[in-house]
Design a binder for this molecule. Sequence first.
Ligand SMILES: NC(=O)c1ccc[n+]([C@@H]2O[C@H](COP(=O)([O-])OP(=O)(O)OC[C@H]3O[C@@H](n4cnc5c(N)ncnc54)[C@H](OP(=O)(O)O)[C@@H]3O)[C@@H](O)[C@H]2O)c1
Length: 328
Amino acid sequence: MKRPVGTPLRDDFQLVREAVPDAPDGGMVVRNRFISLDPAQRGWMDDAPSYMPPIALGDPVRATTVGVVESSRNPDFRPGDWVLGLNAIEDFSVVLPGGFTSRINVGIVDRPSRYLSAVGAVGLTAYFGLLDAGQPQPGETLLVTGAAGAVGSMVGQIGKIMGMRVIGIAGGAEKCRRLVQDYGFDAAIDYKGKSQDDIAAEIAAAAPQGIDILFENVGGAVMDAAMLNLALHARVVLCGLISEYNSAQKVGMRNLWQVIVKQATIKGFLIAAYVPRFAEGGARIAQWIAEGKLRVDEDVQHGLDNAYDAFMRLFSGENTGKLVLEVD
Ligand SMILES: NC(=O)c1ccc[n+]([C@@H]2O[C@H](COP(=O)([O-])OP(=O)(O)OC[C@H]3O[C@@H](n4cnc5c(N)ncnc54)[C@H](OP(=O)(O)O)[C@@H]3O)[C@@H](O)[C@H]2O)c1
């Protein structure tokens, strides 16, 4: 196994079989049932400064998981408890004392994987990213990139709940159809095969008064085009740059001068900073789902031996909603 250089290759990873471990003193063993596959994992594979240390070579790929406590020597958790934690792509995870794990109530959701999508980090990223970092106002125009994905589709719908005009950019006609028909966006733009100028012209046509909030998930030419359409005092929520996660040479932002021209604000957003407010955001999201105001799709793939192919769906754009690996 080795660190991926550019696009991850199958040979960069290994499936290793080991005996199920015993619970350590003060810790526990969790049997993972659902594993979150996220673009962020690609960043964790690089030996580069980030908000978490790089995954050590030879370690399993770090991942958020939902599972059931198999055995416990931690007085706060009992076998059979459903838990959410930062573990790895593996069927059993050892949780050391002090490791990040919280008990979850699977009785209030239609399936446990919702703790990785709607009421998990993805939904909370959409919620706090738009509402806290973006500060939306009714009547404003929101542009979401990566709009048909897990975060993007929720950002757009929350924007509609807030009374905004919402435009999404996504890859392909089918995703654009879903943005308007399934998620209620006002307009959708297909970026595939188009130049920055073409995308910029389509944004201008959809938002003649300019973009008040750009919720950025993608970067590259799509972001460059969006930056040419900012309204005065626009806010750019920088949430992700997936177009360059597999590039050793980062592209950067070519139309930064528009921040000066439009007196705009760029805010870097990281969901980890909002952990103390997760319950608040989760409750509001759950309420919107119960009221039929928010639709959350999951793309559930199966089997640990399918992890590489499943993960790569994020970069080919094949995933239709929050990508989750179910451990069968
Ligand atoms: N800051 C935070 O705390 C935080 C938390 C969660 C997620 N994020 C970020 O949010 C973004 C979306 O994450 P997600 O989990 O919701 O994934 P997602 O949007 O469900 O899946 C990734 C999507 O990115 C698009 N994509 C892939 N390569 C692309 C490229 N070269 N150019 C343009 N689009 C490309 C694809 O959609 P198309 O078919 O439309 O191309 C793909 O379906 C990522 O950048 C992620 O890092 C940030």
